[in-house]
Design a protein around this ligand. Structure first.
Ligand code: SF4
Length: 363
């Protein structure tokens, strides 16, 4: 490693951050002291995994009003926790946060990085971020933004994540010198606002010493990660309604969709397109994007005259209870559509086929 000393190279970041930093609700005013509420830092870091700052801000405010302490979250009903997370996606984070709060409420905060990394849901990055921002530990937190900035600054060829251990060792003295909380957040902020995929080098405090800028290679470093082509599927997402009830899958106890109610979803190829005979409403389809796959979702509302015995894994729920149930992003969208006028579709699955797919044995 022949990089210049981090404390000198990153020195311009501290005054820059003081001048430009955004006033975010989880940010402490005094960046030289431990954070007055480490739980707020933990909540924000879990919410910010995979989610943009602007989306997180209102969720954070509501969450802190509802679960103001680790103890209150640990004691909260799991359905309430899922409901409060509704719309943020990646619901495992909510369950991890509740489990971590339980550990903190009973055993107190861990005293070192290893202890933080042992809390549910805290990988190496989140543990280091909480350590530096909440407790002022010199624990370098490298997320995608930080890797991108440092790869450009130090003109690192290839994937900078392969050099994570070296980068952490290199960065630690700079955290000591400029304040762990300040420097960690400054690096994140620079990556989020200035040194993004299209870098704005002209307004960057590190421009003078930046290797990639001087080499005219800022836009090509780090190399874009090769992602496998996402799998694409197509489905009908169906709100079946009868006698004031709607048909839903109750939440699974574990797995990615634990805690979430779901509409029945039917593979489109399973249903030959036929003229609709029932009381259908449809809305334009949309593409739901997940990390490794995509779904073309065709939303549909079918109003039936009477309920039928639901198949195993499905349950009739009073329609009035729908707003209080926690549902994932895709299913939330159909729930919202039910309140807006749709149209009778030109093509729709055969109502009888739909019912066969959703009905259990007659009793
Ligand atoms: S000068 Fe440009 S490439 Fe270098 S750190 Fe700043 S924004 Fe990024």
């Amino acid at each position: 490693m022949s990089w210049p000393a981090a404390s000198a190279l990153l020195a311009p970041l501290a005054p820059w951050f003081e001048a430009v930093r955004r006033d975010l609700p989880w940010r402490a005013g005094d960046l030289d002291a431990p954070h007055p509420d480490p739980y707020a830092v933990l909540v924000s870091e879990l919410m910010l995994q995979q989610t943009q700052v602007a989306t997180v801000v209102p969720y954070f405010a509501r969450w802190m009003a509802r679960f103001p302490t680790a103890a209150s979250l640990a004691e909260a009903d799991e359905d309430m926790v899922h409901k409060a997370w509704e719309g943020l996606g990646y619901y495992r984070r909510a369950r991890f946060l509740k489990a971590a709060a339980g550990c903190i409420a009973t055993e107190g905060w861990p005293g070192d990085l290893e202890g933080l990394a042992g809390l549910p849901g805290l990988g190496p990055y989140t543990a280091a971020a909480v350590g530096s921002i909440a407790f002022q530990w010199a624990t370098p937190a490298l997320d995608g933004n930080a890797f991108r900035v440092l790869a450009r600054l130090l003109l690192i060829e290839g994937d900078p994540k392969a050099r994570a251990a070296e980068l952490r060792t290199w960065l630690a003295p700079a955290l000591e010198a400029h304040g762990p909380s300040r420097l960690t957040q400054a690096l994140m902020e620079l990556g989020a606002t200035t040194c993004g995929p299209a870098p704005a080098c002209e307004s960057c405090p590190l421009a003078e010493d930046c290797g990639a800028r001087r080499a005219g290679r800022a836009a090509e470093i780090p190399p874009a990660a090769k992602r496998p082509k996402p799998k694409v599927s197509a489905l009908w997402l169906v709100a079946l309604e009868a006698e004031g009830h709607v048909l839903l899958h109750p939440p699974a106890a574990k797995g990615l969709l634990a805690g979430l109610w779901r509409w029945p979803a039917l593979e489109i190829p399973d249903f030959p397109a036929q003229a609709a005979h029932g009381d259908f409403t449809a809305w334009p389809a949309w593409t739901q994007v997940y990390t490794h796959r995509r779904e073309a979702v065709a939303p549909l509302h079918l109003h039936l005259g009477a309920r039928f015995p639901a198949a195993e894994g499905l349950r009739w729920i009073p329609a009035g209870e729908l707003p209080s149930l926690a549902v994932g992003k895709r299913d939330q969208r159909l729930r919202d559509l039910l309140a807006t006028p749709g149209q009778r579709p030109l093509e729709a699955p055969d109502p009888a086929a739909l019912m066969r797919a959703c009905a259990g044995p007659s009793t």
